[in-house]
Design a protein around this ligand. Structure first.
Ligand code: PHE
Length: 496
């Protein structure tokens, strides 16, 4: 408790109340801001109640103070001079030499008061003796008390620019409900200790603020990519898909390319497009030697009614270790497994892939691929198109367009386009196709169990959704944690 607060409480204790702090010899000397702060703090503890009282307070101007110093108002000074000159009288010029500008001001007032009259160019007194200097008396009173009971005189003096009005602030102070001569610390929480030792009875508690929002607890946040991934997963699950186990970034050239009928001299297999591992450089030979041999034959000589690519297929190329360039390598392995017990199947994966690309605002050397495959008896391209309409429709993306494309492992292949309302143009949102028979039959799948598949990047819809124009703000070391923490869960249907 401050010394001042103690004084206020003691004054109240002694006098019961303080009607106006200005009239109190102790409190009137305190700086008003300081007084207010101390009163507020006592009030917040309900120890006192107080009201602000604003009072008019008149103060003298410099001119009025000069009159007080001179001991007379100009009009009295003028009459004094005129009386001293007696019957001879005074000219205006005489007055000017004696009193300067005060003479000019004074004679005007003196005429008005009928204390002087003019005789030719002389000033003659109308009064026998010096009148009482009422104005000076009033000014003295104002200087002392700041006020005057006669309002019209105040207006008159204000007009003469002898006084100005200010407001001064005092306080009416009374005891509050929790008045006491000592300040107890305000507790915020009741603790088990307080209950046990009974201290809660004598403690004072801060009031609850039910309007306060409280502190938002620190908590983890999902990366926007992970939120969008979850939306995709939900759609896949709702459509009867099973998630593939895709948590391996490294593949052999065999699974990443050869099983998918990507010829060994295909540009996608170039160093500029694919990251090859230095260590280990070479993959283990596939366990299923028959399958390995069949894949080779399909490429080199043709098999299963395919004429093949007809080039010398090299096992070394097939055993090179690569960072997978697509999750289709996982799909291939799963389809090969499906051949052990062929049946209609729906599989998906959403995981990271790597491509040796020049990095710019929309390309990184790694991104996430959303991929789905559907195996079904005698399914056709019509099923693929129908399914894509369903799948993207579930994300709120309607009105797809398809364009013939080329993938080594699908025939026919289709690029999928959707109309982007924001950009007002058709944007590519996926790549798809019917897997080639020479790929599926090599795996041992029955001829009429056809497989369709499609893939898209997770980053593209996420960037559109979150208004991110540079992919480096979404993935990698430049991502701001604020961005991740402040973004609400995404809904894809607002996208396109
Ligand atoms: N692998 C393709 C890509 O990377 C996607 C795809 C998957 C296409 C399955 C057809 C079938 O774009």
């Amino acid at each position: 408790m401050s010394q001042l607060q103690l004084e206020i409480l003691q004054l109240l204790d002694k006098e019961g109340e303080i009607p106006n702090s200005l009239n109190n010899s102790q409190l009137s000397k305190i700086n008003p801001n300081e007084l207010h702060a101390n009163l507020s703090s006592l009030w917040s503890r309900e120890m006192i109640k107080f009201n602000k009282i604003e009072t008019d307070h008149w103060i003298l101007t410099k001119e009025a103070e000069d009159y007080l110093k001179a001991g007379a108002t100009p009009e009295i000074q003028v009459v004094d001079e005129v009386l001293k000159a007696q019957l001879e009288g005074l000219t205006l010029n005489d007055l000017k030499t004696k009193l300067g500008s005060t003479g000019i001001i004074g004679q005007g007032k003196a005429f008005k008061n009928k204390w002087l009259k003019k005789d030719g160019n002389k000033l003659i007194a109308e009064v026998k003796e010096l009148p009482k200097d009422e104005v000076l008396i009033d000014l003295k009173e104002i200087q002392k008390t700041g006020k005057l009971s006669n309002k019209s005189i105040l207006t008159e003096l204000k007009k003469r620019k002898l006084i100005n009005l200010t407001k001064i602030i005092g306080y009416e102070i009374q005891k509050g409900d929790k008045f006491s001569l000592e300040i107890k610390n305000l507790e915020t929480d009741i603790t088990s200790d307080m209950i046990q030792n009974g201290n809660w009875k004598n403690s004072q508690f801060k009031d609850y603020n039910f309007n306060s929002f409280g502190i938002i607890p620190q908590s983890g946040a999902l990366h926007p990519l992970m939120k969008v991934r979850q939306e995709f997963r939900d759609i896949f699950f709702a459509m009867g898909f099973t998630e593939m186990d895709s948590n391996q970034y490294v593949e052999s050239g065999f699974w990443n390319f050869d099983t998918l009928f990507v010829p060994q001299q295909h540009p996608a297999r170039d160093l500029q497009d694919t990251f090859y591992l230095k260590d280990p450089k070479v993959a283990k030979e596939p366990e299923d030697k028959e399958y390995w041999e069949n894949v080779k034959q399909v490429h080199q000589d043709g098999k299963y009614e395919s004429i093949g690519y007809r080039y010398p297929w090299k096992s070394e190329e097939s055993l090179r270790m690569v960072l997978r360039t697509h999750t289709t390598a996982i799909s291939a392995a799963m389809l090969k497994k499906l051949a052990e017990n062929p049946k209609p199947t729906r599989l998906f994966s959403i995981d990271r892939v790597f491509r040796n690309e020049a990095v710019d605002a929309t390309h990184l050397a790694e991104f996430h691929q959303v991929e789905g495959v559907i195996a079904g008896y005698d399914i056709t391209l019509g099923d693929l198109i129908g399914f894509m309409d369903d799948f993207f429709g579930k994300m709120g993306v309607d009105n797809l367009r398809f364009k013939a494309a080329y993938n080594p492992y699908t025939e026919p292949s289709l690029e999928i386009f959707a109309y982007h309302k924001g950009l007002k143009k058709w944007v590519e949102i996926g790549n798809s196709g019917m897997f080639r028979p020479e790929m599926l039959e090599t795996m041992g799948l029955p001829k009429n169990l056809r497989v369709l598949g499609w893939g898209l990047s997770l980053e593209r819809p996420t960037m559109i959704k979150y208004g991110v124009s540079n992919i480096r703000e979404l993935l990698g070391h430049k991502v701001s944690l604020d961005f991740i923490e402040s973004n609400p869960a995404a809904r894809l249907d607002e996208l396109l």
